[in-house]
Design a protein around this ligand. Structure first.
Ligand SMILES: C[S@@+](CC[C@H](N)C(=O)[O-])C[C@H]1O[C@@H](n2cnc3c(N)ncnc32)[C@H](O)[C@@H]1O
Length: 330
C-alpha cells in the first residue's frame, strides 16, 4: 500500500493512501452508442447509473440531508437501534464489500461494531469514490481500504486485491430498487456468488403512502430536480449532445400498480437535441425516463433473497414499517 506524509493539526502523521482499482472501464464509443440508442428510443430512456458523475454524487449526498428523504435517516435509525443484534448474527467475514459506496459513511459506522479489517468500496463514480476514500482512510488508518471503480450493472467480480475469505456484502440505501424485480433476482444471484461463505446486509425501501414517496423524490427545495437534471450535463460530456437545462423539468411520481417511483425529465417546449451525427426532436411534454425505484413488501423481498440462493434470512424494520434491513447467509 502506498504511503504519504500529511500534516494534521501541526503533527506529522503517516497516512496510507487507499488503493483504487479501476476495472472494466467501458470504451467511450460504446458508452456513447448505448446512450444515443436510449435517447432515440420511444420513449427515450437513460440508465440511472448516469445520474452519478462527481456532481451527481454530491447532489445525492445533499438529498440524504433533506427532511423529505426519509430512507437514509430511517435506515440509519434501524442500524443504530439493532447494530449489536445484527453484529451477533453476522457470518464470519472480515471483509466488508460496499456496493455503490457513495460517501462511504454508512459503512464506516459499522467498522467498529462489526470488527471490520478490510473495506472494499465499489462505485461507478470514481472521482467521488477516490475523494471519499481519502477522507475515510484518515479517520480509520488501521483499516485496509480498497476502492474498486466498476459498473456492477454489467459485471460484478472483485479483483484479487479484494482479498480471500468470506465477505459481507453491504448494499444499503435501497439501491436494489433501481432494478426491476426480475433484474434484482438476477443481480442478487451474482452477489450471492461474490459473498459465498459469508453474507449480505441490504437496505430495502418498503411500500408506503404515495404522498410520502412523492415528496421524497420531488422535494420543495429542488435538490432532487437538480440531481435529475444534472444527468443532462453528464450526457453532454459523454455523448456530445447539446441539452439546454432550461428546456427540461424534473418529474417524479409513484406508480402504485408497479410499486415504483419513476423519475423523468420532461421537455417544457418543443426541443431539438443535436449531437455530431444526429438529432432527436422532442415534443412539448415528451419525457426521458431516468430512474425507477421499486418499493417492496418485506415478505416479497425475503422470498426474493431465498430464490437468489440466500438462507438464514433475518429482517429489522422501523416502527412505521417504512424501511427494512435484511441479513442473509450465502
Ligand atoms: C442511491 S446511491 C447510494 C449511496 C450510498 N450507498 C447510500 O446508501 O447512501 C447509489 C450509489 O451507487 C452507485 N452506483 C449506481 N449505479 C452503479 C453501477 N451500475 N455500478 C456501480 N456503482 C453504481 C452511485 O454512484 C451511488 O454512489
Amino acid at each position: 500500500m502506498d504511503e504519504k506524509r500529511s500534516q494534521t493539526s501541526g503533527l506529522e502523521a503517516t497516512v496510507r493512501s487507499p488503493r483504487l482499482i479501476q476495472i472494466d472501464r467501458a470504451e467511450p464509443a460504446a458508452v456513447r452508442a448505448a446512450l444515443l440508442d436510449g435517447l432515440e428510443a420511444h420513449p427515450a430512456r437513460v440508465s440511472p447509473k448516469y445520474l452519478y458523475d462527481a456532481l451527481g454524487s454530491r447532489l445525492f449526498a445533499a438529498i440524504c440531508e433533506l427532511p423529505e428523504y426519509y430512507p437514509t435517516r430511517t435506515e440509519a435509525a434501524i442500524f443504530a437501534r439493532h447494530v449489536e443484534e445484527i453484529a451477533a448474527r453476522l457470518p464470519a467475514a472480515r471483509t466488508l464489500v460496499d456496493l455503490g459506496a457513495g460517501n462511504c459513511e454508512k459503512a464506516a459506522r459499522l467498522f467498529e461494531p462489526f470488527g471490520v479489517r478490510r473495506y472494499v468500496a465499489v462505485d461507478i463514480s470514481v472521482d467521488y469514490l477516490r475523494h471519499s476514500l481519502d477522507l475515510l482512510q484518515r479517520r480509520h488508518p488501521a483499516i485496509e481500504t480498497i476502492g474498486v471503480g466498476m459498473d456492477f450493472s454489467t459485471h460484478l467480480s472483485l479483483p484479487d486485491e479484494a482479498g480471500e475469505g468470506p465477505r459481507l456484502v453491504f448494499y444499503p440505501g435501497s439501491s436494489i430498487g433501481n432494478f426491476s424485480p426480475e433484474e434484482a433476482e438476477r443481480f442478487l444471484r451474482v452477489v450471492h456468488g461474490v459473498c459465498k461463505g459469508g453474507g449480505l446486509l441490504i437496505g430495502v425501501d418498503l411500500v408506503k403512502p404515495a404522498e410520502v414517496l412523492e415528496s421524497a423524490y420531488d422535494d420543495p427545495l429542488g435538490v432532487t430536480a437538480a440531481f435529475n437534471r444534472n444527468l443532462l450535463l453528464h450526457l453532454d460530456r459523454l455523448a456530445g449532445t447539446d441539452f439546454a437545462l432550461a428546456d427540461w423539468r424534473h418529474v417524479a411520481f409513484y406508480d402504485s400498480e408497479r410499486l415504483r417511483i419513476e423519475m423523468h425529465l420532461e421537455a417544457v417546449r418543443a426541443v431539438v437535441v443535436r449531437w455530431p451525427e444526429g438529432e432527436r426532436r422532442f415534443a412539448r411534454g415528451e419525457r426521458i425516463h431516468t430512474e425507477n425505484s421499486w418499493k417492496w413488501r418485506a415478505e416479497d423481498f425475503a422470498a426474493l433473497l431465498g430464490r437468489a440462493g440466500f438462507s438464514a434470512i433475518r429482517r429489522w424494520s422501523d416502527e412505521r414499517g417504512w424501511f427494512a434491513v435484511f441479513l442473509a447467509q450465502a
